[in-house]
Unconditional design. Structure first.
Length: 189
């Protein structure tokens, strides 16, 4: 899929000089960050938060993927869903578990249901209910709660960018999902 317009992913030849050092890292690897490269100062500021959310979260990789997938699904972000299906598989989540994240929390395993329910509360009412905070504190602790909230906010912002500008899925992810689609998924790439 080719994207034209003012927010198409920035090519290597059009990459802003002020963030030249970021092109070889995460920013140059994904179309969402290539779209953000239209605002070099924002992308540079985004880097530290991204490092924490993606690599240093107290949620750990599996719980983080559950939160990200639920957020992407709830926001209708096909790009985030596809990207994180691949990442979730790499973290050990099987396709059946991944697909439950598109269902009601009652149909999920208890830990996933707690996390997905928290995502739903944040997206539906911009807050967590006291009972949810208490359950999350017991399961993931205070830092985990704050990381969960930050992750939902982070990926909501990405979804806003992706959907507003119709950012195309990265070719490697599209190819991987064509080669190994999730059975029973309505996902198209």
């Amino acid at each position: 899929m080719s994207v034209n317009g003012p927010f198409a992913p920035v090519s290597d030849t059009g990459w802003p000089q002020e963030i030249a050092d970021m092109r070889a890292g995460f920013a140059g690897k994904l179309n969402v960050y290539r779209a953000m490269a239209h605002h070099p100062a924002l992308l540079a500021a985004w880097a530290d938060l991204r490092e924490h959310i993606v690599r240093r979260t107290s949620l750990g990789p599996v719980r983080a993927e559950v939160v990200i997938l639920r957020t992407g699904f709830r926001l209708g972000s096909d790009y985030e869903w596809a990207q994180h299906v691949v990442r979730a598989r790499n973290c050990g989540l099987d396709d059946a578990r991944i697909l439950t994240l598109r269902q009601k929390p009652a149909s999920m395993a208890p830990d996933d249901a707690l996390l997905a329910g928290a995502v739903d509360e944040l997206l539906d009412s911009a807050r967590l209910r006291p009972a949810t905070v208490k359950a999350l504190d017991a399961a993931i602790g205070k830092e985990g709660i704050l990381d969960l909230i930050a992750t939902v906010g982070f990926y909501s912002t990405l979804a806003f960018i992706l959907k507003s500008f119709k950012t195309p899925l990265d070719a490697d992810i599209a190819a991987e999902l064509r080669a190994s689609p999730i059975p029973g998924s309505d996902q198209t790439v």
